[in-house]
Design a binder for this molecule. Structure first.
Ligand code: MF3
Ligand code: CO
Length: 302
């Protein structure tokens, strides 16, 4: 079974490649830090039907991943203030990196699999992983997704927000709001004892009820001392299974990527930028959360 359709070969044009996102490197690593948090994923991990080995389950209550989240929340709050027509995506990246380093953190994206910046800045039809550039100016009416990750004392946090630039139309506004709301619909199910795909299904149900679509080729992820850990967290209900059972202490990056039109995406020639195939807008909203026996904690939102 394929969880994520990374290898769809239906792209029509050599100018584009299919999505081969960084999530491919998620998992397959074993850490022995908190054995009580180990699990055996209930899904077959690759299309070759290799059963995934017991994998580390992200974080625990005794390690302060929460500080990384708090700092990242502030970085996003400050970046929101500089979003305005005229600014370039490179200026946003520079400011973001400065905020992250001044808080004593490392920008986790910089150099990750060769990614050249600290903040992913994705404009309009760019879904995620837009590369900051001095050529990319924000215009009135654009929407812009900012994705950032920090490492603080060895612990990772990852979060994304989508903003309107100047005055945006009602449909763009609704896309941003639905994307954010879908995250909250999803984490309502992030409780010990529930199944992972309860989260996925709730996100998909809400997004589709609003007439938008969830991207299939990119997923959320566990997060701990690595940015991308198991499990993969699709924003749609996979065909088979219900996903792993959630346990208190898991830290997850839940990140709906929502397209205004169809869910199909392409990767640009830069090997990073993911864009909608139909050229319509896309939005992204992400937080690092902690599963508990009660309500989940959102670590990257103050
Ligand atoms: N923030 C992305 C994620 O949510 C990863 C960014 S890829 C990077 O998983 F290369 F930019 F770091
Ligand atoms: Co993420």
């Amino acid at each position: 079974m394929k969880l994520v359709n990374m290898f769809n070969t239906s792209y029509p044009d050599t100018a584009y490649k299919n999505p081969l996102p960084c999530y491919l490197s998620v998992g397959h690593k074993i850490f022995l830090r908190h054995p009580e948090l180990y699990y055996i994923p209930a899904f077959l991990h690759t299309k070759n039907a290799v059963l995934s080995i017991p994998a580390k389950l992200n974080l625990c209550l005794c390690c302060n991943q929460g500080d990384a989240g708090k700092i990242l929340a502030e970085v996003h709050e400050k970046l929101a203030e500089i979003i305005a027509p005229g600014i370039t995506s490179l200026e946003i990246d520079r400011k973001g990196e400065e905020l992250i380093r001044n808080a004593g953190c490392i920008p986790s994206f910089k150099g990750y699999e060769g990614y050249p910046a600290s903040i992913c800045v994705s404009i309009n039809d760019e879904v995620v992983h837009g590369i900051p550039s001095k050529e990319h100016h924000l215009f009135d009416g654009d929407i812009v997704s900012l994705d950032a990750g920090v490492i603080y004392k060895g612990y990772q946090s990852d979060a994304a927000r989508t903003h309107g630039v100047g005055t945006i139309d009602a449909e763009a506004k609704r896309l941003i709001e639905v994307t954010k709301e879908s995250f909250f619909r999803g984490i309502a199910f992030a409780k010990a004892g529930n199944r992972l795909y309860d989260i996925s299904a709730a996100i998909q149900r809400y997004v589709e009820s609003q007439g938008f679509s969830v991207v299939r080729d990119l997923v959320g992820h566990g997060i701990g001392t690595e940015m991308h850990e198991e499990p993969e967290i699709p924003n749609f209900k996979p065909k088979f299974g219900r996903g792993i059972r959630l346990k208190a202490g898991m830290t997850l990056a839940i990140e709906p990527m929502v397209n205004a039109g169809s869910y199909d995406v392409w990767m640009l020639e830069d090997d990073w930028t993911i864009v909608t195939q139909d050229g319509k807008n896309a939005a992204h909203y992400e937080n690092t959360i902690l599963v508990t026996d009660g309500e989940p904690e959102i670590l990257s939102l103050n």
